[in-house]
Design a protein around this ligand. Structure first.
Ligand SMILES: [Zn+2]
Ligand SMILES: [Zn+2]
Length: 532
């Protein structure tokens, strides 16, 4: 018997190869109809065919979905068949705003299939091509400029597809079908190596060159996915001490390491099974691991500490550099100070990082949103996120209550801040912003909040939360937003805010009463003197 279903699914259903998956599944069950991205309203699927096939189709959408897909809601309505479709198609995206909760996936580390393309000398277009990606991997949050997630709305708009890439992009059976960041060495972004006088370095193999430079003791600035890092040897004391001198304040602050694979990490740190799964996950955070004793790398990597922060490569750029490094790890630390956002603009990187680095590796893809590396550690064998940024944003945190129609914004306090938007029963933190005590970091906070609002289809706010301290730049920003949107302003005592966030972490209902002991640094008190 012929029938018809309309399915609206929300959650992580855009930017992960979801529509091609729906297309292939519909084809498998000989269905007709369409699948369409609906901006903030998720994905609409309309399918007609045999009722039994439609039932199998729905089951398959649940059981076989791409590994990054996540349904927040999945509403099926059965209807009468109209026989209006000749085939199953992927329809053009709609940018209509309806106010649903759907969100992009975070930046996803390069997948194994793309790595294999990069390692395959027979793949003329992608062999050693650092920007290789497909429908299930590659940058997302850092490249999207607005919803819906289509190529013209990403920073890849500046790289029109070559005929071969276009063919893959248009072939529903190809894994690069509608992959918005796909490209190749003909049509995609290019890398250029500069010396610290801004002069281009001519080289036949840029990665071999950088590998050699690092192992000879040079410091290299590398523009990556969400910002710019400094890389140098992790075994050569002189290079690391030079890096510490150039970075000024960082006399003993630990540097993070990046290694080619787990075997390399095991030569200098111990890895538990949970830590292993975190290191290998598509989020690729920095994981704090226990150093081996004796520690075979330089003592200046993370002086006087038992732990060292380690990540595995998440982009083609890092993979290709590490392929040329014989040592088990190199240092990879952000080039910016903690109260200045990551450097993303090429001219700015050349002007700011030239006194820090001996060479600079830049590319011509614009980074629309910065994202620092996330940092995570185990505490009592449970992962505790220390910095939630690349690989996590813009995913939400679930709230134990529903805010209904009240859309609220938190702007964070002064140090290691993030912004956050609460919508219904979700809280969407922005990426890590840093210390908000410069105009640059305040601008970054503001642009991140506005980016998050645009990705969530929010045009107005009802409530704003900020620190009670009257002179924080974030407080000023909250006052500005409160005026702009006519939103209620809630100035909240710093330690009290920590206690409330603990209540949310522990899923306590709104009317629960608790006694909290908050041991934190200083905060402006309710009696207008500094507490803590
Ligand atoms: Zn891939
Ligand atoms: Zn191409």
């Amino acid at each position: 018997m012929k029938s018809r279903v309309s399915i609206i699914c929300r959650g992580i259903v855009q930017g992960i190869g979801f529509r091609p998956f729906v297309y292939r599944t519909a084809k498998k069950y000989h269905l007709r109809g369409f699948v369409r991205n609906q901006g903030d309203a998720g994905v609409l699927i309309v399918a007609e065919g045999d009722k039994s096939k439609l039932t199998q189709f729905i089951t398959s959408l649940e059981t076989d979905k791409p590994y990054l897909a996540k349904y927040e809601s999945f509403n099926v309505s059965w209807e009468k068949s109209s026989n209006e479709f000749l085939d199953f198609i992927i329809d053009k995206s709609s940018s209509k705003k309806v106010g649903g909760i759907s969100y992009l996936p975070p930046d996803i580390s390069i997948c194994d299939d793309c790595l294999n393309d990069m390692k395959n000398p027979k793949d003329a277009r992608r062999f050693k091509y650092a920007f290789t990606s497909c429908a299930i991997c590659g940058p997302r949050y850092t490249t999207i400029t607005r919803l819906p997630y289509d190529r013209p709305n990403t920073t890849m708009v500046n790289f029109p597809l070559c005929p071969s890439c276009k063919e893959e992009y248009q072939n529903p059976l190809d894994r690069r079908y509608h992959a918005q960041t796909t490209c190749c060495n003909i049509c995609g972004p290019k890398l250029t190596l500069y010396d610290n006088n801004g002069k281009k370095v001519d080289t036949d193999d840029i990665f071999k060159e950088i590998g050699a430079l690092i192992q000879e003791g040079s410091i290299i600035a590398i523009k990556g996915i969400g910002g710019t890092h400094l890389a140098c040897s992790a075994v050569d004391d002189t290079s690391i001490l030079r890096l510490r001198t150039r970075k000024g304040k960082r006399k003993t602050k630990p540097f993070a390491l990046i290694s080619k694979n787990l075997d390399a990490v095991r030569t200098y740190a111990t890895i538990s099974p949970i830590e292993e799964s975190l290191l290998l996950s598509h989020r690729k955070p920095i994981v704090l691991l226990k150093k081996k004793d004796p520690f075979p790398l330089s003592q200046w990597v993370a002086p006087n500490l038992f732990n060292v922060g380690v990540m595995l490569p998440y982009s083609g750029i890092h993979y290709l550099i590490l392929e040329e490094i014989k040592e088990p790890a190199i240092i990879l630390t952000s080039a910016n100070p903690s109260d200045i956002p990551m450097y993303i603009d090429n001219d700015y990187i050349l002007s700011k990082a030239s006194h820090l680095a001996d060479y600079l590796l830049l590319h011509n893809r614009q980074i629309h949103q910065r994202a620092d590396d996330s940092v995570i550690r185990l505490s009592n064998n449970l992962p505790v996120i220390i910095r939630r940024s690349r690989g996590w944003v813009p995913e939400p945190i679930n709230l134990p209550f529903d805010l209904q129609d009240t859309i609220s914004l938190g702007v964070g306090p002064l140090l290691t801040s993030t912004g956050a938007i609460a919508l219904r029963d979700r809280c969407f933190p922005t990426q890590h912003i840093g210390d908000i005590n410069t105009i640059e970091s305040l601008d970054f906070l503001e642009s991140s909040i506005e980016h998050m609002m645009s990705l969530l289809g929010i045009t107005s706010l009802n409530a704003i939360g900020c620190d009670l301290h009257p002179n924080f730049l974030s407080t000023k920003l909250a006052e500005k937003y409160s005026k702009k949107f006519g939103a209620s302003l809630f100035k909240t005592q710093h330690h009290y805010a920590h206690a409330v966030s603990l209540m949310i972490d522990n899923n306590l209902p709104l009317d629960e009463e608790i006694i909290a002991i908050v041991a934190d640094g200083v905060g402006f008190g309710a009696d207008e003197v500094i507490w803590g």
